[in-house]
Write a protein that binds this ligand. Structure first.
Ligand code: SAH
Ligand code: F3S
Length: 483
């Protein structure tokens, strides 16, 4: 998922106190690893638990309950979380009453085994079972271990208003789908997050309304596969064909949802992530072209530039079909930025396949990307049927080549902005200087510029004077007409 969407292995930010309920006496420390879906789920969990007397804290040492939302996407992500559990262990020695729960993908993958493998863990809760947390916590308080990893057909948490954690008060994520049906052979997500289902558009619009009312300016619609969004009254995507004729005829697809959002909130910027190439329709591109407030940016993971490898990965498109989609994007939304996810060294990948990935990158010249060495995940179709046969040193060398090429393309793309004036939404202070703001342009590229009298949440026109491979550097020349 987008620049900030797939930052596996890294912590996504822990709870900062934004909304505290009066009278709540218990303290929850919650932190998330992995994708933005996890961060958003933690916000849902914080909301469910705020009704149970918990306020969030950012001090681990004072917590009554510690929850960690986990990621299983690569082995390294799981190792990072196991190390984190050791830290909790050290704190528990000082605060023995503290309870520890694991949420998310690792909880779903390991289930009861987690309790045996990590003695510190009291509670194991999968991504569809968060409503059961109040009961599970009671079990734990009564001295029993508690596990709920049941996956659901219709859970979307549509009626829960997330407590915004670590928020900049400007940009927020709104989940629109859960789960994934694609069964890419390398991927653990369909096993940990279950089958795909979409959320009621009315509840999506209501959540956006609440955000806009509290001054949020940018909304990212989130899902493993947003383009496959389909609301027909609830239930699994795969059961759509079994729905009544009227339900099918009145169904809302992703381009319609996007259109509804863009029309109802003309001053709000919209982003979405992730787009699976096989599901991206021309309708979505035309909707983007029609609305200035839909950002010119698509995260379009390709994984490999070789049709043979794509087939082994069970991606439902060829190299040529992907190129055709990119050509369509360039034609219909000419100023659209593209980013990728690429896996280096998947099972059976030859030197020629790797070259195919490099030439595809050369063709697209992605603005940025997220690149990984293949990591075999237990239980996936690839782990069951395909030998992980590319030696680690070869995987690493190919990954380095891919990263270096991406850096070159990143610089090429940022250079195209030099001399131009772009609209930037101010999100906060630049990491490197307290005299500069940082924000992103429509293409999702970070821009920094002197603060002057502008403030967080302003849409500002910035003249770009310089750049690095990932950042634009410029001067504000005034407000944009979007304020
Ligand atoms: N839904 C997204 C992907 C979600 S997972 C899509 O449409 O593609 C995020 C990224 O992690 C994937 O795009 C892939 O590049 C990477 N990834 C997933 N499983 C992996 C594995 N076993 N080894 C290495 N990278 C993996
Ligand atoms: Fe994973 Fe493929 Fe879905 S990468 S999340 S199975 S689209």
């Amino acid at each position: 998922m987008a620049s900030d969407n797939v930052i596996e292995e890294k912590k996504q930010g822990q709870a900062l106190l934004t909304e505290q309920k009066k009278g709540n006496s218990k303290k929850l420390f919650i932190e998330s690893y992995g994708c933005q879906m996890n961060l958003n789920d933690s916000e849902i969990v914080a909301s469910i638990l705020s009704n149970e007397g918990f306020n969030t804290t950012n001090l681990l040492e004072e917590a009554d309950l510690v929850l960690v939302n986990t990621c299983s996407i690569r082995e390294k992500a799981e190792q990072t979380i196991r190390k984190r559990l050791q830290k909790y262990n050290a704190v528990k020695r000082i605060n023995p009453m503290m309870k520890v729960g694991v949420l998310g993908c690792m909880a779903e993958r390991l289930k009861e085994k987690f309790l045996e493998e990590e003695k510190i863990v009291d509670l194991v809760v999968g991504p569809d079972a968060y409503r059961d947390l109040p009961n599970l916590i009671k079990e734990v308080e009564d001295g029993r271990d508690a596990v709920n990893v049941i996956l659901s057909k219709d859970e979307t948490y549509g009626d829960v208003s997330p407590v915004r954690l670590n928020s900049n008060g400007v940009s927020a994520f709104v989940s629109i789908t859960r789960g994934c049906d694609n069964m890419c052979t390398f991927c653990v997500v369909p096993f940990t997050r279950g089958r795909e289902r979409s959320r009621d558009p009315q509840s999506i619009i209501k959540e956006i309304h609440d955000l806009v009312d509290t001054n949020y300016k940018e909304i990212t619609l989130l899902g493993q596969n947003v383009d496959s969004y389909l609301w027909y009254g609830g239930g699994l995507k795969k059961d759509f064909k079994k729905a009544s004729t009227i339900a099918q005829e009145t169904a809302v697809d992703f381009s319609q949802l996007l259109e509804m959002c863009a029309n109802q909130f003309p001053k709000t910027r919209f982003r979405f992530s992730t787009s699976n190439p096989q599901d991206m329709s021309l309708d979505v591109l035309h909707t983007m072209a029609k609305h200035k407030n839909i950002c010119r940016y698509i995260h379009l993971p390709v994984q490999s530039g070789s049709t043979k490898v794509l087939k082994a990965m069970n991606r439902q498109h060829t190299r040529e079909e992907y190129i055709e989609l990119v050509d369509n994007i360039r034609e219909i939304v000419p100023d659209c930025a593209l980013s990728q996810d690429i896996i280096a060294g998947f099972c059976g990948e030859t030197e020629q396949d790797h070259q195919d990935t490099l030439t595809l990158m050369e063709y697209v010249k992605y603005d940025f990307g997220f690149m990984f060495a293949y990591s075999e995940r237990p239980g996936t179709p690839a782990a069951k049927k395909m030998p992980d046969d590319v030696p680690m040193d070869v995987k690493k060398r190919r990954l380095t080549e891919i990263i270096e090429l991406q850096q070159k393309h990143g610089l090429y793309r940022t250079q195209q902005f030099v001399g131009k004036t772009v609209e930037v939404l101010i999100e906060g202070e630049s990491k490197k200087s307290d005299k500069h703001w940082k924000g992103r342009n429509s293409q999702n590229t970070v821009a920094v510029f002197e603060k002057e009298n502008y403030k967080i949440g302003d849409f500002v026109l910035v003249k770009i004077e310089d750049c690095t491979s990932a950042t634009l550097i410029g001067t504000a020349v005034g407000y944009s007409d979007n304020n």
